[in-house]
Write a protein that binds this ligand. Structure first.
Ligand SMILES: [Zn+2]
Ligand SMILES: [Zn+2]
Ligand SMILES: [Zn+2]
Length: 153
């Protein structure tokens, strides 16, 4: 569970960000480890979604693939980050808002991938449209990914 009001997204003061990281780990009953801290810091300091390879690159080979993978899995399980499928099967990860809890994600928003800068955005204000299925079919998850040109390009 992530409480955004406590997270200084605009003011990336090192101490405030460190506090936010500790706060998130504490709220989710996770012990503070170097990898959890570092990876959460990356998400807090980044506007878009991150791929596994971005995280590996940005942590400067400090952690091996397995550590990065396990840390991300833990975050997904705890409702701290959610996954976004992409066309080339590379899974992206983005921070969840405050209504996600352990084992229960409520990330029913549209994702946007910019064709120019390749940034992936969580469009939190755009709710995933309902899909009417034929009789006998039951909806599990609906992933809507829109591609195009973002406001910064
Ligand atoms: Zn979530
Ligand atoms: Zn863009
Ligand atoms: Zn999202």
């Amino acid at each position: 569970m992530v409480y955004f009001q406590t997270i200084p997204v605009r003011e990336k003061g090192v101490t405030m960000q460190a506090e936010a990281v500790d706060d998130i780990l504490k709220r989710n009953q996770l012990s503070v480890t170097d990898s959890r801290k570092k990876i959460l810091e990356l998400f807090l300091g980044n506007n878009g979604a991150l791929a596994h390879s971005d995280i590996e690159k940005k942590t400067g080979e400090k952690f091996d693939r397995v550590t990065v993978y396990r840390t991300l899995q833990t975050f997904v399980e705890k409702g701290i980050v959610h996954t976004i499928p992409t066309a080339d099967n590379a899974v992206l990860y983005a921070l969840c808002k405050d209504d996600c809890t352990s084992g229960h994600h409520h990330d029913n928003h549209v994702h946007f991938i910019c064709d120019i800068c390749h940034t992936t955005y969580c469009l939190d204000s755009v709710v995933t449209p309902e899909v009417k299925l034929p009789q006998g079919f039951k909806t599990g998850t609906i992933d809507v990914v829109v591609t195009g040109i973002c406001k910064n390009c």
